[in-house]
Design a protein around this ligand. Structure first.
Ligand SMILES: Cc1cc2nc3c(=O)[nH]c(=O)nc-3n(C[C@H](O)[C@H](O)[C@H](O)COP(=O)(O)OP(=O)(O)OC[C@H]3O[C@@H](n4cnc5c(N)ncnc54)[C@H](O)[C@@H]3O)c2cc1C
Length: 386
């Protein structure tokens, strides 16, 4: 693949050129690419297809763009990744599925993990062969994350992990889990937490999928019993897990919205074709919401590209994205109801129906809506509890 004299794939100034070259590559490889773009209703097949697409992008080097060379990438910024995702969506892509975690987990690995460890694992994440999960929530510690109880104790050689995580997205498909564990005392709350990378093929790890209302088992529980983890898999400082976790959550609540909004946009555009006079106002409102998310997402992407740390105001973006997702899928339900109908019939689009049902729970992932409002009140507006 060409380079343009600003590092492997150019910085923002070369973005237009980069998009042109990516479009050219997509056109030249259409026959191989086309079967890898649509989302399959069978979730296992959807994930398998997403992995094959990652492999194809990686082999052609596009999948390494936007990641630092020291970590196994080819340089460039998140803007390159965002532009590439945008193009894929416009070509009919159903979305990254388990590789949303590339926008959530991977930046945290790049920022906080041991450089040799990142160089070993990131390319396998980028080529789709070793996906990652995020293990924060526990049965008694979701909103109260600082109360989590999964423990890691150092035995002089390894960290020994015991406990359980829940609501772990894509646990069933992941090779690694970026987990938040307690290495200090319960009284230390968030100061006693450490982030650690756990190989899910280690002895003592038991993942159990959870079947969701939309028929997928995208979420899971993961139990850890005396799981040995070598010390170079501590991510950041021992006792410094909270800082790394907040960094990760700022991406989940913030920059992730770019890739998500591209998917909403394509679905809304398709549904608008079935629009009539009485639905144009509803579609217009959803389009306005989408533009709002797009604007705030671009702002966050630009900050990330300039290495300006995203902060608690990402919570605002999460609220906006959530509201937009629910508005868009409400529109789909109202104006194109046959495709989202219950029960499934010949006119139902099973993927769209899954997405509609998923849109009902988006007020919860990445921290519930109430917790986002609390974060804004406390850490953006500086309000204190009475
Ligand atoms: C689709 C999806 C994907 C997810 N993926 C992951 C993942 O990959 N990894 C992971 O670690 N977790 C994941 N989660 C879990 C998610 O982060 C938690 O569900 C979330 O933080 C809420 O925690 P909880 O379920 O324990 O609910 P609780 O914390 O029990 O909250 C229940 C309700 O009480 C409210 N509430 C709680 N405390 C307060 C308070 N102090 N003030 C006001 N209201 C409060 C909440 O807002 C919520 O409405 C996912 C969840 C979903 C739905």
């Amino acid at each position: 693949m060409d380079t343009d004299g600003h590092g492997a794939h150019g910085r923002e100034s070369g973005l237009r050129d980069f998009v042109g070259r990516f479009r050219g590559w997509m056109a030249a490889n259409e026959a191989e690419l086309a079967p890898l773009l649509p989302a399959h209703a069978d979730y296992d097949l959807r994930v398998e297809t997403a992995k094959r697409l990652r492999k194809m992008l990686f082999d052609a080097e596009w999948g390494r763009v936007g990641w630092p060379e020291a970590a196994g990438g080819l340089g460039g910024t998140i803007l390159h990744r965002a532009a590439m995702h945008d193009e894929l969506f416009r070509a009919g892509w159903g979305g990254p599925t388990i590789f949303e975690h590339l926008e959530i987990v991977a930046p945290t690995l790049v920022r906080y993990a041991d450089p040799d460890f990142v160089r070993a694992v990131l390319p396998r994440f980028l080529d789709g062969s070793q996906p990652w999960a995020q293990g924060f929530s526990e049965p008694e510690a979701g909103s109260d994350l600082a109360g989590l109880r999964t423990r890691a104790e150092f035995d002089g050689t390894d960290w020994i992990v015991n406990g359980a995580k829940i609501w772990t997205s894509w646990a069933k498909y992941a090779r690694w889990c970026l987990a938040l564990v307690r290495t200090g005392t319960t009284e230390q709350r968030h100061r006693g937490l450490t982030m650690i990378a756990i190989d899910l093929r280690s002895p003592g790890v038991t993942p159990r999928p959870i079947r969701q209302a939309n028929g997928t088992d995208e979420l899971g529980e993961v139990a850890f019993e005396d799981v040995r983890v070598p010390p170079d898999r501590i991510i950041g400082e021992v006792g410094g897990g909270w800082k790394a976790a907040m960094y990760l959550l700022a991406h989940e609540r913030g920059t992730l919205s770019w890739v998500r909004h591209c998917g909403f946009r394509e679905n809304l555009t398709a549904a608008a074709k079935a629009m009539n006079d009485s639905s144009d106002r509803q579609v217009g409102e959803a389009a306005l919401h989408l533009l709002g998310v797009r604007a705030t997402a671009i702002n966050l992407l630009a900050r990330e590209a300039l290495d300006v740390e995203l902060g608690p105001d990402s919570a605002f973006n999460k609220l906006l994205t959530t509201r937009t997702e629910q508005t868009v899928y409400n529109v789909l339900r109202d104006i194109d109801s046959a495709r989202v109908a219950f029960p499934l019939d010949s006119e139902t689009d099973p993927v769209l129906q899954q997405e509609y049902l998923f849109s009902r729970i988006v007020t919860v992932y990445g921290g519930s809506q109430q917790m986002q409002l609390m974060t804004i009140a406390r850490h953006v507006l500086g309000l204190r509890d009475a």
